[in-house]
Design a protein around this ligand. Structure first.
Ligand code: AMP
Ligand code: MG
Length: 352
């Protein structure tokens, strides 16, 4: 059994920073401790990125595989030079336009960043988040802060403090509760080390956003492949990620068609004695009268869906569901990131 530590929980409005709490949190970071804080994407579990022992605590608390590198957070673009070998003009342009924001850039690292944090790669992932609590903490501690999502590895990322408490109570020194995060899914990870800017993980900054600034951008083929998995029954453990305890079945097709099919499958699964929940949208609620649903958001406003997605998956678990039937959404813009997370959370995709 791992030894439990005392976790202090403090509440702070991200628009009204409490400097005393920030000071206390920065002392914890500088002593090699762990502080969970909100960002505009999801909550991050933070430690001094230049302290291997502290970084190791993040891996342990999350149960994160050692070969999955962490994102390093900074509070000002000027801090980049100390961490990476060179900043190509294209990266500068993206930073100018989208930092602070949900964009993580992969750049060649300097030796100051250890193999621990980059999992032995010669590159590092750097982000400048858009949340006053996160920025104040980085500034006050005067350290780059390593901060992956503050969930147990494999589970849906946390978008409110209660999710963090569920996963990490007794494993971190402090949790700063800054309310709900607004985007609700993780940052876009973009590789800037080659000629072509390449999105490794879709997120809040879209391919179109990058193209607008640089004129070009591609997706890593692995993203396209994993979101195209069309197998009626694929446990695909290695693809599962962001997963609630319940089995997630993803339905792709026209909204009305998938809603009708989901309604039918719901009846069938329920008659087999399973506890079934439907992840619906504003546009399809009407097809599910009398059934257990959580409305994730509005199809015409993908931000409403991204901000609720992980919370709703966790809520189905709290309700004790065995199966979640989830509608796919349009893969345009932010929809690409939503579908990437749903694709990884699900063990089966049904094309209607
Ligand atoms: P998280 O911090 O939980 O949002 O996850 C960070 C994501 O960034 C993971 O998907 C990592 O695999 C990815 N990542 C971090 N560093 C690198 C790197 N140097 N090269 C490629 N991907 C990275
Ligand atoms: Mg994560």
């Amino acid at each position: 059994m791992e030894e439990k530590i005392h976790t202090k929980i403090v509440r702070m409005d991200s628009e009204n920073i409490d400097p005393e709490i920030i000071k206390e949190a920065a002392i914890i970071i500088n002593k090699g401790g762990i502080v969970v804080f909100p960002t505009e994407t999801v909550y991050g579990i933070g430690a001094d990125a230049l302290n291997d022992e502290a970084v190791d605590k993040i891996f342990k608390a999350k149960g994160r595989p050692q070969d999955n590198p962490l994102i390093v957070h900074i509070a000002d673009v000027s801090e980049l030079d100390a961490l990476v070998k060179e900043v190509p003009e294209s990266a500068d342009k993206l930073a100018d336009k989208y930092w602070p924001g949900p964009l993580t850039m992969i750049l060649y690292k300097k030796d100051i960043l250890s193999d621990k944090i980059t999992a032995g790669l010669d590159t590092a992932a750097i982000r400048l988040p858009k949340n006053q609590i996160a920025l104040a903490l980085i500034r006050e501690s005067k350290k780059p802060i390593a901060a992956p999502s503050a969930n147990t590895s494999g589970k849906p990322s946390p978008t409110e403090a209660s999710h963090v408490i569920e996963d990490l109570m007794g494993k971190v020194d402090m949790i700063i509760d800054g309310g709900s995060t607004n985007i609700g899914i993780e940052s876009t990870v973009i590789d800037m080390t080659g000629d072509m800017p390449t999105i490794l993980r879709p997120g809040g900054i879209t391919k179109e956003d990058v193209e607008e600034v640089l004129g070009r951008c591609e997706y890593d083929p692995a993203i396209i492949k994993s979101s195209e998995k069309i197998v009626p029954k694929s446990p695909g453990q290695k693809y599962r990620h962001y997963s609630p305890k319940a089995r997630v079945v993803l339905y792709k097709g026209k909204a009305e068609d998938i809603a009708q099919r989901i309604a039918k499958d719901y009846e069938k699964l329920q008659s087999e004695g399973l506890r079934v929940g439907i992840m619906s949208t504003v546009q399809t609620e009407k097809y599910y009268e009398g059934k257990t649903t959580i409305c994730c958001g509005d199809r015409t406003k993908p931000l409403t869906i991204s901000s609720n997605l992980f919370k709703d998956l966790r809520n189905f678990d709290r309700m004790g569901m065995d199966v979640i039937l989830s509608e796919a959404v349009d893969e345009q813009g932010l929809g690409k990131a939503i579908m990437n997370r749903l694709g990884k959370a699900s063990s089966e995709t049904i094309i209607v």
